[in-house]
Each structure stands twice: as structure tokens, then as C-alpha cells.
Design a protein around this ligand. Structure first.
Ligand code: AVJ
Length: 321
């Protein structure tokens, strides 16, 4: 039956999220290079803005990955096999998921996302589309320990981690996450993961700094969110969006740049920024073929197949536990 099982509140109860957000913002604004973890982009507004980003002509990853899933669905299905429980990490609006579910005929689908409203809506849409599929949405931060629904215990698992979300993490965090999910999904499991390739710098920078300003709005929404949810007094109009390639780390960095010197408070605590100082708001790491395979191996997964979109470069890698 296409029933969406009751939403399981795991670690993402509102009070817990609020405390974690507050703690990350205070810790991040107190560092010499101010920095806030990228996962806090995704409130309802941020999640909607990210959906808009995925439709931008400059933002190729979503299109490339969707093309890969469409073109190679049969090969992927042959490599994965039917009747697995698909566990999607950071499912968001689950737009690519139907392509995968259609191809592999899974026994269950477990979307895990920190944004509860988005999760509920997209789970419901999938339930309508796949009436025979058991769906167990889990509202949780997939970088933390997640309790999977008991019902999927006996099934072999497929972790689905699309969109190059792994790119948000520095290597040691990415490896920890892969190892934790290796343990959680268990022996015999598979992982299908999307990774963005290293490519022409101008093309990369344009993907993260579009002329329509959608990515800028997405970045600036983080400051609005701090004002909304944490009682901040940040003068958002004094900040601008910057996206630059960091060649040493092979990553796009997003920053919020202070246009002038300013003071503001969050939660009653005061912060000062100098003109030109930045808040580092996101890393988006890119991986060559060897880098990606090394990352997976270090995380306890053995790559067994790669589907590459050459132009612009993006890959879906299937790995086994
Ligand atoms: C959702 C993390 C994959 O890094 O490309 C898009 C987020 N940030 N534009 C990415 C994002 C700016 C995106 N991920």
C-alpha cells in the first residue's frame, strides 16, 4: 500500500534543532574565520531556494545526475537488483528518486531529511506515484546517528546519496559519514553516490554565482534565518554573496562578505565584523575519479561501477559494503 508510515521524530525535534543551530552559529561567529555549517541553509525558504537553484541553466549537477539516472537506469538496475530498501540521505524534494525507484523495484523507501515539511510533502507525492511501495520517512540529520525503521531490518539496503551532497564535507567528515552509514546499512549493502568532478573553474564559479542571483539569495537566507529564529540583528543588506574556487582544497567556497564594518547581536551576544571580512557558509568539494574512489574506500565502501557524465563532469558511483 502506498502508505506513508508515521513520521518518526528522531533527533530533529524542533527544540533539538534550535539548540544545535544556536550552538553552531555562536561557535562559528566566534572563530577567527567566521563559518557556519552549510546544513543550516535548509529551512523552508532555503530548501525552496535550493530547488530553484537546481533549475538554473548554470547549475549543471542536477541535470547531469538526472541524465545519468535516465540514460543508465537499466545498467544500474542490473547492478543493484530488486527488493532492496532504499535509504536516501538528504532526500529534500526527492525529485531524482522516482527515476531510481522506477528502475530498481525496491521493497521499501526510507527518505531521511532534516527539513520535516519538505520530507512530508515529497513522501506523500511519492506514495501517490508508487502505491505499492512502503515509505518510511525519517526526519533526522543524516550526519548524526539515525535509527532506521524496524520494518526494513531484514531487507538488504541501498544507500542513495545523490546530488554531490558529500561535497559539503571535508574529507575526514565525509569518511566518518561513509563509515557510519556502512555500519548502519550493514553487510551486503550498496551505496549509490553522486560526486561532482573537478572541471573548468569559470564553469564551476558560474554554477555557484548565477546571474539571476538565486544562489546569492540562498546564501543570504542563512543570515535571515539567524535573524528570524535566533533573534539576530544582522543587517543582511550589508552582505554580499561570493563563490570562489579554492584550488588547494579542490572546492568551491561560498562566503557572505561584509560590505562595511558592523556590529550586530545574536541572542543578545555581540559580534563585530570588519569591512571585507567574511562568513564562510559552504564548501562544495569536487573529486577526480581516483579521489572519489579513495574517499569511498577510506569510508569502508568498494566502488564496483561508475557512470560518468563527461560534460560537465558528474559521476554516480556504485559501491559495495
Ligand atoms: C546540495 C550541497 C549539493 O554544493 O552544489 C548549490 C548546494 N550550494 N548551490 C552544492 C549548493 C550552492 C549543493 N549541494
Amino acid at each position: 500500500m502506498g502508505v506513508v508510515r508515521q513520521l518518526r521524530q528522531i533527533s530533529a525535534d524542533d527544540a533539538g534543532v534550535d539548540i544545535a543551530f544556536r550552538a553552531d552559529v555562536h561557535a562559528g561567529l566566534s572563530q577567527r574565520q567566521k563559518a557556519i555549517p552549510a546544513r543550516w541553509f535548509y529551512d523552508a525558504t532555503g530548501s525552496a531556494l535550493f530547488e530553484d537553484i537546481t533549475a538554473l541553466p548554470e547549475y549543471y549537477p542536477t541535470r547531469s545526475e538526472t541524465d545519468l539516472l535516465t540514460r543508465h537506469a537499466a545498467e544500474m538496475a542490473a547492478a543493484i537488483g530488486p527488493h532492496r530498501a532504499v535509504v536516501e540521505l538528504g532526500s529534500g524534494s526527492s525529485t531524482k528518486t522516482p527515476l531510481l525507484l522506477e528502475a530498481i523495484d525496491p521493497a521499501a523507501y526510507v527518505p531521511v531529511d532534516i527539513s520535516g515539511d519538505f520530507l512530508r510533502d515529497s513522501a506523500q507525492a511519492l506514495a501517490d506515484r508508487f502505491p505499492a511501495l512502503a515509505i518510511y520517512p525519517v526526519e533526522a540529520d543524516f550526519t548524526q546517528r539515525v535509527d532506521l525503521p524496524r520494518e526494513i531490518c531484514p531487507l538488504p539496503k541501498l544507500g542513495f546519496f545523490p546530488g554531490s551532497t558529500i561535497g559539503n564535507m571535508v574529507a575526514r567528515t565525509a569518511i566518518d559519514l561513509l563509515r557510519n552509514w556502512r555500519a548502519a546499512l550493514g553487510d551486503g549493502s550498496l551505496m549509490l553516490i553522486g560526486v561532482d568532478r573537478i572541471k573548468d573553474i569559470a564553469l564551476l564559479e558560474r554554477a555557484y554565482d548565477d546571474p539571476a542571483g538565486v544562489t546569492a539569495a540562498f546564501n543570504l537566507n542563512l543570515l535571515e534565518r539567524i535573524n528570524r529564529e535566533l533573534g539576530g540583528t544582522i543587517p543582511v543588506e550589508n552582505f554580499s554573496h561570493r563563490a570562489i574556487w579554492n584550488d588547494v582544497h579542490a572546492r568551491i567556497e561560498m562566503h557572505l562578505v561584509a560590505a562595511c564594518a558592523m556590529d550586530f547581536t545574536v541572542d543578545g551576544r555581540s559580534y563585530t565584523m570588519a569591512k571585507g571580512e567574511t562568513i564562510h557558509s559552504e564548501n562544495s568539494h569536487k573529486y577526480g575519479p581516483r579521489d572519489a574512489n579513495l574517499l569511498l574506500r577510506a569510508g569502508g565502501w568498494t566502488p564496483i561501477a561508475t557512470w560518468d557524465d563527461a560534460d560537465p563532469g558528474f559521476a554516480l558511483i556504485l559501491a559495495e559494503a
